[in-house]
Write a protein that binds this ligand. Structure first.
Ligand code: BES
Ligand code: MG
Ligand code: ZN
Length: 496
């Protein structure tokens, strides 16, 4: 979609094709609707009453040829009770509008919905939300389909006050973030026979040509062996597809400490020798959604040219069973020197991440945030709408929570500092076990990682429940938590 912000003067002179206007319950008219109703001598009110359209959220009416008003069609969209409008209801409203646009193939629309007040959120957020909801609605993954369905049109937000700068900045941010989300969805939805660790390294290298300030370094198996990333290497031992780490450096200056972002990129998680049951195993192609989110975030911040130094790492590998595979009961010495007894080869994410978390110490990071589809337990704890947040620094977790509330890409903090969980990670023969096989699985996984993050401020986001969703009962990548992550980074630069 293309988004513009325009000031227009409604008159019976310049002919518009289509406008969409909000209407609240009990015939409460927005300013603009009142104006058109007046111009048309109550034509609008009469026709709404005749059709019993009261302004409820699922209601709408399309009017053609309004007396004294030059517009081909007006979509009046029910917005419910003005005082209880919130972001969830706004989603329903906007999706209603988009479904109408699709149904009638409307190619250009003047949009009067952005200045309605939603909770306590400013206009800026209404615009950002609108773009997110629309882009989410129209996304489709057509790569492997004979018939490619695709909808696009021009949306013109109407500027009603002297606040065009808010429109321009929200559109700029919304466009960049949604480009990132789309890029992430497009790689996450690929099947694992195409989207291998190597494929992701090639895709990542292409970023150098697309943007300034970006360089890419690839770490292959040989280098990993040399520097002792034994935990990382163990995970891919059973797979024909070799592991690759892609390091994207987005650098604006030589002084400031970088923010390091790490994404779990397991392109297929069969569980390995601790094989997963076959029900829903196909979803485990999404075990690289953390890496996809990091990749998408880099697109967004490079588009926005944010004045930050960022190091973004896609930690990729594939977890498969074979006679070469690592086994339950193996003991591995991690890059940090900490030894780990493998109890369950399906707890592979933390093994990949722990060596990366050691590797990045050399960057002297300001903050480290890892994004991972790490535990089924996180889905049990928080469900499919809220990601898990665990951190070793209160200030950092507060910033992440703030960004998640602003962007409506929610996280909820779970405890890790609490010494009461560490006993679950004790081994009789090594320093740690990789799987506690017990309660509080999301927290114990983070506790495991926290053993490797002592040297910097670190947050871990478990997106096992939020990285994909099931429209029409079939899985699709969600692009989360790119919106939150980008907001966190935008907030770091202190300007909108
Ligand atoms: N990739 C999975 C986590 C996962 C499960 C994400 C379901 C999304 C949906 C991860 O590698 C895994 O298998 N974790 C195990 C850990 C356990 C063996 C301690 C799990 O959650 O069952
Ligand atoms: Mg696993
Ligand atoms: Zn996994």
């Amino acid at each position: 979609m293309q988004y513009f912000a325009e000031k227009i003067i409604l008159s019976n002179k310049n002919l518009l094709d289509c406008i969409v206007i909000p209407m609240f319950e009990k015939y409460k008219f927005s300013k603009i609707l009142k104006k058109i109703n007046d111009i048309s001598n109550n034509y609008i009110l009469n026709i709404l009453k005749k059709n019993n359209i009261q302004g409820k959220i699922n209601q709408h009416i399309i009017l053609y040829k309004i007396p004294n008003f030059s517009c081909n069609k007006i979509i009046i969209i029910g917005c419910g009770n003005k005082d209880t409008l919130n972001r969830e209801k706004n989603k329903l409203i906007i999706n209603n509008v988009i479904n109408i646009l699709k149904k009638y193939s409307i190619k250009e629309i003047y949009w009067y919905l952005t200045d309605i007040k939603i909770d306590n959120y400013e206009l800026y957020w209404n615009i950002r939300d609108t773009i997110n909801i629309i882009e989410h609605n129209i996304y489709s993954f057509n790569k492997f389909k004979k018939s490619k369905n695709f909808f696009s049109s021009i949306i013109k937000f109407i500027i009603t006050n002297n606040n065009e700068n808010i429109y321009f900045s929200a559109i700029k941010h919304g466009n960049a973030i949604n480009l990132g989300i789309k890029k992430a969805k497009n790689i996450a939805n690929l099947p694992p026979n195409i989207c291998t660790p190597k494929y992701l390294s090639i895709k990542t290298k292409k970023l150098i040509k697309q943007y300034n300030n970006i360089s890419v370094e690839i770490i292959n198996e040989k280098i990993m062996q040399k520097i002792g990333m034994n935990a990382y290497l163990a995970v891919s031992k059973g797979s024909q597809n070799k592991p690759y780490i892609s390091i994207i450096k987005y650098q604006n200056d030589n002084k400031s400490q970088p923010i390091v972002l790490v994404g779990k990129g397991v392109t297929f998680d069969s569980g390995g020798i601790s094989l997963k049951p076959s029900k829903n195993m196909e979803d485990m192609k999404y075990d690289m959604c953390g890496a996809a989110a990091i990749y998408g975030t880099i697109h967004a911040i490079a588009q926005l040219k944010l004045p930050l130094n960022i190091i973004a790492i896609l930690a990729c590998g594939e977890n498969m069973p074979s006679s070469n595979a690592y086994r339950p009961s193996d003991v591995i010495e991690t890059m940090s020197g900490i030894t780990v007894e493998i109890i369950n080869t399906d707890a592979e994410g933390r093994l990949i991440l722990c060596d990366i978390l050691t590797y990045i110490e050399k960057y002297n990071p300001k903050y480290v945030i890892d994004i991972a589809t790490l535990t089924g337990a996180c889905v049990i704890a928080l469900g499919n709408n809220i990601s898990g947040l665990m951190a070793n620094n209160k200030k950092l977790s507060k910033k992440i929570i703030r960004a998640s509330l602003e962007a409506d890409d929610r996280v909820w903090e779970l405890p890790i500092n609490d010494q009461k969980y560490f006993h679950q990670l004790k081994s009789n023969i090594a320093d740690l076990v990789n799987s506690s096989n017990g309660v509080a699985g999301a927290i114990t996984a983070a506790c495991f990682l926290s053993k490797f993050t002592k040297k910097y401020k670190w947050a871990h986001i478990d997106i096992a429940g939020t990285a994909w969703y099931y429209p029409n009962n079939k899985a699709m990548a969600s692009g989360r938590p790119i919106n939150m992550l980008c907001q966190f980074l935008i907030n770091q630069t202190n300007h909108k």
